[in-house]
Ligand binder design. Structure first.
Ligand SMILES: [Zn+2]
Length: 291
């Protein structure tokens, strides 16, 4: 895939009515349309409406993608929002709307969307799930074709745009106000695949930390009754890749201070990641001499 003029060449481009000024995208915000599933209906609304909303990409049930705003221009998709101390995420994000009915309620053996459409619960694999972020509801799983197309789009974007550092659902930046994407969205799986080893935040962390020579230091996890999060890079983004049991002993690869906190890069379960240093006790070796 190639970008030219900030348009993704593989997909049709239709310019949205509400396209704003130039931005430098740093995060990707994922949304549900909470709309009818018919092809083109959500895309048509987002293209031109009186609600002043717009988005960079719309992803249909069958995996078809339409681009409606160039990736270096502002779209009105996030509304009131907050990301790691910064407000107004539209000013530094790319929005992707995934066609999905959103939260539904039960009526017999059907799930009913807010706009009135009903779906057979068994036929659509709809699940009743409650989470702290979403509250209670019935939710439709995303189509396999959507997840596949989304992965390709995210990979193309992260290659085309080296300022991107994170992928977040709308609920993450507008907590309590928004519940998209729904609880069935495979967020961690997608983030691991896309951000993977080439994540700029991870590369930057390597640059500004110090290697432990010969990896000859060990630590023991000190988190009584709890686990220690292994993170892809040293920050509290939703970037947890594993949970390390208390008392586990791990080799230390690098040490660094990020945002005033000491972190260690360790090896656990065959992968490297970062842990907060204060939950790890250094292990000192007996050099072999009896004293
Ligand atoms: Zn949204």
């Amino acid at each position: 895939m190639q970008f030219s003029d900030h348009r993704l060449a593989d997909h049709p481009f239709r310019p949205a009515r509400w396209t704003g000024g130039t931005i430098t995208p740093e995060i990707i915000v994922l949304h549900d349309t909470a709309s009818r599933l018919d092809k083109g209906s959500a895309a048509a609304f987002l293209l031109d409406n009186e609600a002043k909303v717009s988005v960079h990409f719309v992803l249909e049930i069958d995996g078809t993608i339409t681009q409606q705003v160039p990736i270096n221009r502002r779209a009105n998709h996030a509304g009131r929002s907050h990301y790691h101390g910064r407000d107004h995420c539209n000013g530094f994000s790319i929005g992707i709307e995934i066609v999905n009915p959103g939260r539904m309620t039960r009526t017999g053996d059907k799930a009913r969307a807010w706009y009135g459409e009903s779906f057979d619960i068994g036929e659509y694999g709809i699940e009743e799930i409650t989470t702290p972020e979403h509250g209670a509801g019935l939710w439709m799983p995303y189509a396999e074709a959507q997840i596949k197309a989304l992965l390709e789009l995210l990979q193309a974007l992260s290659l085309a745009c080296d300022t991107l550092t994170d992928i977040v659902p709308h609920w993450y930046i507008s907590p309590g106000r928004k519940v998209d994407t729904n609880p069935l969205f495979p967020l961690e799986h997608i983030k691991a695949l896309v951000l993977g080893r080439d994540n700029p935040a991870e590369a930057q962390a390597e640059e500004i930390s110090d290697a432990v020579p010969d990896a000859n230091e060990l630590i023991q996890v000190d988190a009584p009754g709890d686990t220690l999060n292994l993170r892809r890079w040293p920050s509290f983004n939703p970037n947890v890749i594993a949970q390390i049991p208390d008392q586990a002993i791990l080799p230390v690869l690098r040490k660094g201070t990020f945002a005033g906190r000491d972190w260690l890069q360790v090896l656990y379960g065959g992968q490297s990641g970062w842990v907060v240093a204060r939950y790890a006790a250094p292990i000192t070796f007996d050099t072999g001499h009896q004293t």
